[in-house]
Design a binder for this molecule. Structure first.
Ligand SMILES: [Zn+2]
Length: 386
């Protein structure tokens, strides 16, 4: 008997969640359309819609002509029901977006990250979250959850940052340190960026995507058949550490000749300093010099693109994706970069795989990861309705 009761409760939630998700996808939508889409009776749909409306998650708005000349009421998510915060914890700054329940951007915020000590960062995060809510006149009680994209490897339950080399962190329980009395969801930044592109950016409707995040290192997020591919222990996508030079430069992972040692922003800066004997500069400045036509910067950029293209070609040959999206500061110089990169990729990919793939640069710029995290929070909110 107990088991049956549980099953009924589960079925109820599944139907309710499905209806909510269907409304989100098709809004504004009528009861009949939801019922047809999900294969449920209109009575069942009507019951849940009444319940969802009573709880404030959806609202009616407008009517549509339906068969037989009757007008049917349309439903959509109630944008002010709750909010989701998505934050990109970068090595040098925080980027945040505040999304309403419908997934529309209500506010954005940035802050510099000077001290990478984990306690300093968690204090900064708390201030950042409070500041962002205050600026948009949203109370913490209206927030359904906070998603944080991190440049590192998470434990299997995604609650602890096991290793974030560029922050210098090991086994950091960030959700516990924040103690926000709200669910905090963590995800690797490349995975979050991939989701951001699928939900908001260049890869909408794309079922098989490789997202290549080029920054201090290189991380990849893989979407396979519409699902994020985490791998057995959640470590999938660490292509930044695939070997491209067997006797190459040492990488911070311990191996030598890793892809990110030759194709990341820090690789470009290392090569540029070696070539010019000038002082260390920023990647933006390096790109700016390339855009102005400075010869050493252009030469280093060509080397970088050769390695970046080589790695992406390997991914295309191995995974046969529908689209590859490149994210990172490099995309700011699209005009300068795109054709060289494409040429390199074409030279090294199998003809059929190349013919079937699209290469895009992120349209979301700095917000890809934060938007991806926001969409994870919204998804969790829909999955946990009761
Ligand atoms: Zn490595």
């Amino acid at each position: 008997m107990v088991k049956k009761a549980i099953n009924q409760e589960l079925m109820r939630n599944t139907n309710k969640t499905q209806i909510l998700k269907c409304i989100k996808e098709k809004q504004p939508v009528s009861k009949r359309e939801v019922a047809e889409e999900l294969g449920l009776s209109t009575t069942t749909v009507a019951t849940f819609i009444k319940e969802l409306q009573g709880e404030g998650m959806i609202r009616s708005g407008g009517t549509a002509q339906s068969t037989g000349g009757r007008r049917s009421v349309l439903y959509q998510l109630n944008s002010d029901f709750a909010y989701a915060l998505g934050i990109d914890l970068k090595v040098d700054r925080l980027c945040g977006v505040l999304l309403n329940f419908k997934g529309e951007i209500k506010g954005v915020k940035e802050a510099e990250l000077v001290d990478r000590d984990e306690w300093q960062v968690s204090r900064l995060l708390i201030d950042f979250i409070q500041g962002m809510l205050a600026e948009n006149e949203v109370a913490l009680s209206q927030v359904g959850g906070i998603g944080i994209g991190v440049p590192g490897v998470l434990n299997r339950e995604r609650t602890i940052i096991e290793f974030a080399p560029n922050l210098g962190w090991r086994n950091v329980n960030l959700p516990a340190m924040l103690a926000l009395e709200k669910p905090v969801y963590l995800e690797n930044e490349a995975n979050a960026g991939a989701l951001g592109e699928v939900v908001f950016g260049a890869a909408q409707q794309v079922s098989n995507l490789v997202y290549v995040s080029v920054g201090v290192g290189i991380g990849c997020g893989l979407i396979i058949n519409h699902q994020l591919f985490p791998g057995f222990l959640q470590y999938a996508g660490e292509f930044g550490h695939m070997t491209v030079e067997p006797f190459g430069e040492r990488c911070r992972c311990g191996n030598q000749g890793c892809w990110e040692v030759y194709a990341s922003n820090s690789a470009a800066l290392r090569m540029y300093v070696e070539k010019t004997k000038q002082q260390q500069t920023t990647f933006q400045e390096f790109l700016h010099r390339g855009t102005k036509g400075e010869q050493p910067a252009l030469e280093v950029l060509q080397t970088l693109l050769r390695y970046l293209g080589l790695g992406i070609a390997n991914l295309i040959n191995g995974l046969n994706p529908e689209m590859v999206v490149v994210g990172g500061e490099l995309t700011a110089a699209k005009e300068l970069v795109y054709h060289s990169l494409l040429k390199e990729i074409k030279a090294r990919t199998l003809e059929k795989s190349f013919a079937g793939v699209r290469l895009e640069f992120s349209q979301l710029g700095d917000q890809a990861v934060a938007l991806g995290m926001g969409s994870i929070v919204l998804d969790q909110m829909l999955n946990t309705v009761n």
